[in-house]
Design a protein around this ligand. Sequence first.
Ligand code: ZN
Length: 285
Amino acid sequence: MEYSIDLGGISVHLVSGGRNRVDGGGMLGILPKIIWNRWYPADKKNRIHLETHCLLVKKGTETILIETGCGNKLNDKEKAFYSVEDSDWIGANLANIGVPPEDVNKVLLTHLHTDHAGGCVTRDSSGKLVSTFPNAEFFVSKKEWEVANSGSGITPNAYNNENYQPLEEAGQLRIVSEDAQICPGVRFLPTPGHTLGHVSILIEGQEKELVFTGDLLPLAKQIVPHYNMAYDTDPVLKAKTKQTFFREACDKEWILAMSHEPATPICRIVEEKETGRYVLENVGS
Ligand SMILES: [Zn+2]
């Protein structure tokens, strides 16, 4: 499945950071299995197939990567648990489309959970943890950085400082505000709830605008504001953030790219006239 969109002077290309499987109940939060299992059928271990989508953004001399997936340094137990293959990670998947790691000059992260920040760092031939993208600046929101370093994640292993400490040591980390303009046409949008410092990322072309939603809207079926994930730090705040965001996304006709949605990752939100409900329309490939 290939998705490339020219937004007008800036292009985006969806790249997989690796497929995985995660417990369906964890991903769909308060929803009963009898509902979510129709949409995302569970395997024998109750896991559903997911994506860890990343977005390659190109504008002039900028080669920007949004998110990095789980990476290729999980231990054997984690790999089995999440059904992750080392060969299917962002480094390999970028190489497959002709993008060497040296070409990436910025990496933007919606938050620092392992399935989003795991590919920032890899092991070199001596086993040392090093930056996957040696010429990149890595951008994280200040609030997310503080939460990740406070040990207050919702589960003990939601954050793993192996994913970002080597970047800090190499001087590649940039801690910025939740609404930072990263470069012309690319900026952070504060979307708290999944984590307090979570941001979505707005790409503004001359003709169209696209938002990478991160875990604000990880799956298409989570279009209802109060549908949550068990991993959300503050589900009430997240529902409020979603409501506000959906309104703005409708008004501005934003195209949305969703982190974990396997079937229809690129959509647009529309409001149903009769019901006032938000629904997603597939934008296609
Ligand atoms: Zn997350």
